[in-house]
Each structure stands twice: as structure tokens, then as C-alpha cells.
Design a protein around this ligand. Structure first.
Ligand SMILES: *[C@@H]1O[C@H](CO)[C@@H](O)[C@H](O)[C@H]1NC(C)=O
Ligand SMILES: *[C@@H]1O[C@H](CO)[C@@H](O)[C@H](O)[C@H]1NC(C)=O
Ligand SMILES: *[C@@H]1O[C@H](CO)[C@@H](O)[C@H](O)[C@H]1NC(C)=O
Ligand SMILES: *[C@@H]1O[C@H](CO)[C@@H](O)[C@H](O)[C@H]1NC(C)=O
Length: 384
């Protein structure tokens, strides 16, 4: 999750007129019309999911005039297209819009019994979403001792419990009837638990959690946006220990685990929002809740805000960028993104693959469905 108060630059912009139909670049249409041209929709057409650099567009289109204006507009669109667009079902039937809610959604998760949940962080609600009927209902608004939660990330375990990473309440274990308990207020060193953001089970059942917030309620909410006090926890569900395995990061956010071909957890990867070089950090996993060898695994372009991250079964990492609604894709070695997809939404927060499927759901200021080239990486509950 990243918050509404995001101030980092938004460099990209694209408009889809008529949801999921042909795509036109909005700023181009405005310019085209102001020049008194006709057939602006055609002139300003772009491929769905292509990204146009706004700054480039402004510069390129500023002086357009005269008889060649239409050609110039077309040329500017070509010239200002950035990144390689990933192969995906980016066409008029490719996208399905499930929901558009007030505020943004986050933390999408499928459970073992086929339910689908999301959270609305700033409203504090956990929602059960009926994907077929495109309806959403509140499961619970968690609070502890009168302090309302800031629910952000969800995961499911083999017993169908829902685990919630919460910015105000830490880690909650929840049943699907909405009842829950707060797992801990202190870590194993007796230090106050920090507020959490996202979480993932590795295939050995250890739960890895990012914690970009300061101490949980009753403390006031603080965030590691400018001071790097963000941490990563590992929760051992057998010994009930919450272990702070790393700290000193700016806003640790989405988190994922790479496994070797035997299903042994190999690498922990997580994003750092609000670091201008937009790094994904990695550690080698060397034992249960044990990591070493901190490295920069990859970077998004500067000033981008990494939010959710998820592997597909081919080892590609899909990364949502909050401020532009662009999905970036890395291969299994990290480095720089290999391709990108501009989603027809302003902000994107997280993705979740339908189990055994290449269909993924992306949250943000809407909930959309799209098909990817590969299936998602299996979750712990699918292999346990
Ligand atoms: C659009 O995407 C859908 C879903 O993947 C696919 O079935 C269909 O063939 C595509 N249509 C076109 C025109 O490419
Ligand atoms: C928990 O800790 C024990 C003892 O170190 C270890 O054997 C186990 O693999 C850890 N993880 C889980 C999920 O039980
Ligand atoms: C939280 O913030 C309020 C308003 O700024 C302040 O009055 C209160 O003392 C703070 N509480 C704690 C526990 O820091
Ligand atoms: C930001 O990320 C870079 C790696 O891309 C790292 O070297 C730097 O220390 C990070 N800054 C902070 C304040 O964490």
C-alpha cells in the first residue's frame, strides 16, 4: 500500500475512452480538437496497454500547427511511447472491470475454498468480493481496544485462515466469519510490533511480512517514508515467534519468495516505496526465518513507487506501480523491467492470480481482471 498523500511524480498518462474499447491518448485528442482537426480518435489511437511519456508528449506537441498537424501528432505518439509493452490480452475483450469502489482497494487474495477478499485500507474494511456477480460486501472492520485498523495485505493458509498485515494493528489471524485475533504486540526481542503492509508464506510455511510503519496502536501512525525505519518480519507459525529479520528501509512494501526446483525457499524479494531509485531488495533465505546477503535485486525507473509484487510460475516478477497504474515485469534475475503494461486505471496497488490460472486480478482505484501469458506461482496452501 502507498497512501493518498503520494507526492512523487506521475509521468505517464493514458486514457481509455469507453472502458476497454479502443484506446486513444487523451492529451492528443485535446490538442487535436483544439487544432480544429477531424477524426481525432483515429489520429490519437494507441495500443491498449502502451505507455506514453507525458513530458515528452508536451514538448513534442507544443509547437504543432499547420497543414501537417495530424502527421505531427501521430509522430509524437510514436516518439513518446516508452518501454516495451508485454504480450498480454490487452484488447477490447481482454479487460474486465469487476468493481469500482470509493477509495482504493488492495490486498487481493483467493482462499483455498475459492473465496476472494480485498481490503479498503483507509476505510478500514475487509471485503468479500463475489467476482461472478461483481458485488462486494464488508466482512469485518477490524479494531483492537478501540483502535481501528489500517488493513493492507491479505494471505490465506492451508487451514483457510486469512492473515492480515495491518498498519495500525500489526498481524491479525482471521477466520472467514470475520472473527480474528491479534497475533502479537511485541516481537521475540520484546520490542513493540511495527505496523505491517504486505505478507507472503514461503513453501515451508514461514510467513514473511513487510513493516513500513512505526509501533502499532495505541501509538500514532508513523511511516518510514523519509526516515528508513521500515522492517521485515518473519513469523514462525509453529513456535509463534515474530522475528525482525531486517530493518533500516524506506517503506518496505510488496513481498515475494523465490523457491528452487525442490520448493525450498531461496530468495526473499521486497520493494521499497519512496526511495527515489525504486529498489527491489533481496536476501538469500538460508533457513527457517533466516536470511543473509542483502542485495539490490532490481529497480523500477527512478521516482516510481513500487507497491505489490508477485511471481508467475515462469519466475517473472510482476510489480504494480502506484502512481501511474503501470505494471512492470522483471525476469527471474531482476535488474531492469523487461516489459510493462499500462492498466486502464489511475493507481494500481496489488495483483493476485486465480489459482491454477493465468488470470490475474489487479486492485487500485478499480478491480480489474486480465490474462497474463503464464499461470501465477502456486501459493503455500496449494502445495501444502
Ligand atoms: C483479445 O484477448 C482475448 C483474451 O485473451 C482473446 O481471446 C482474443 O482472441 C483477443 N482478441 C484479439 C482481437 O486479439
Ligand atoms: C519454526 O522454527 C522451527 C525451529 O527453528 C523450525 O524447525 C521450523 O521449520 C520453523 N518454521 C515453521 C513454519 O515451523
Ligand atoms: C497522537 O496524536 C495526538 C494528536 O496529535 C496527540 O494528542 C497524542 O498525544 C498522540 N498520542 C501518542 C500516543 O503519541
Ligand atoms: C535507496 O535505494 C538504493 C538502491 O537502489 C540504496 O543504495 C539506498 O541506500 C536506498 N536509500 C535509502 C535511504 O534506503
Amino acid at each position: 500500500m502507498t497512501t493518498r498523500r503520494n507526492t512523487l511524480g506521475v509521468f505517464f498518462f493514458m486514457t481509455l475512452l469507453g472502458f476497454g474499447l479502443t484506446s486513444k491518448y487523451g492529451p492528443c485528442k485535446v490538442k487535436c480538437r483544439s487544432l480544429g482537426l477531424r477524426r481525432c480518435s483515429k489520429i490519437c489511437r494507441i495500443e491498449t496497454c502502451d505507455t506514453i511519456d507525458m513530458t515528452c508528449w508536451k514538448t513534442c506537441s507544443a509547437s504543432i500547427n499547420g497543414p501537417d498537424a495530424a502527421d505531427h501528432l501521430r509522430r509524437c505518439i510514436q516518439q513518446c511511447k516508452v518501454g516495451k509493452t508485454c504480450e498480454a490480452a490487452c484488447n477490447k475483450t481482454g479487460f474486465t472491470r469487476i468493481l469500482k469502489l470509493k477509495g482504493y482497494q488492495e490486498g487481493p487474495v483467493f482462499t483455498k475454498d475459492g473465496q476472494f477478499y480485498t481490503v479498503l485500507p483507509w476505510i478500514g474494511e475487509i471485503h468479500r468480493v463475489d467476482l461472478e456477480n461483481k458485488q462486494s460486501s464488508v466482512l469485518v472492520i477490524p479494531s483492537v481496544d478501540g483502535f481501528k485498523g489500517l488493513p493492507v495485505g491479505l494471505q490465506n493458509d492451508p487451514e483457510k485462515n486469512i492473515w492480515l498485515a495491518d498498519g495500525r494493528l500489526g498481524l491479525l489471524k482471521m477466520k472467514q466469519d470475520g472473527s480474528f485475533n491479534q497475533v502479537a504486540t511485541k516481537d521475540n526481542k520484546n520490542e513493540p510490533m511495527q505496523g505491517c503492509n504486505d505478507l507472503i508464506f514461503d513453501y515451508h510455511g514461514n510467513l514473511w511480512i513487510t513493516a513500513p510503519f512505526g509501533p502499532i496502536a495505541p501509538n500514532n501512525l508513523t511511516e518510514s517514508r523519509t526516515v528508513p525505519f521500515g522492517s521485515v518480519y518473519c513469523y514462525n507459525t509453529t513456535t509463534n515467534e515474530i522475528i525482525k529479520v531486517a530493518t533500516g528501509f524506506l517503506y518496505p512494501n510488496g513481498i515475494a519468495v523465490q523457491h528452487d526446483s525442490n520448493g525450498t525457499p531461496k530468495k526473499l524479494v521486497f520493494g521499497s516505496s519512496f526511495n527515489i531509485s525504486a529498489p527491489l531488495w533481496s536476501f538469500d533465505i538460508v533457513g527457517p526465518c533466516q536470511i543473509e546477503n542483502k542485495q539490490v535485486w532490481g529497480n523500477l525507473p527512478a521516482n516510481h513507487v513500487i507497491d505489490g509484487i508477485d511471481f508467475d510460475e515462469n519466475g517473472n516478477l510482476l510489480v504494480t506501480e502506484y502512481s501511474s497504474g503501470i505494471l512492470y515485469v522483471f525476469d527471474s534475475n531482476g535488474g531492469a523491467p523487461t516489459c510493462q503494461l499500462k492498466m486502464p486505471m489511475g493507481h494500481s496497488t496489488n495483483i493476485e492470480f486465480r489459482p491454477n490460472s493465468n488470470e490475474f486480478y489487479i486492485t487500485g482505484d478499480a478491480l480489474l481482471k486480465l490474462q497474463w501469458k503464464y499461470n501465477g506461482m502456486k501459493k503455500y496452501w496449494e502445495i501444502a
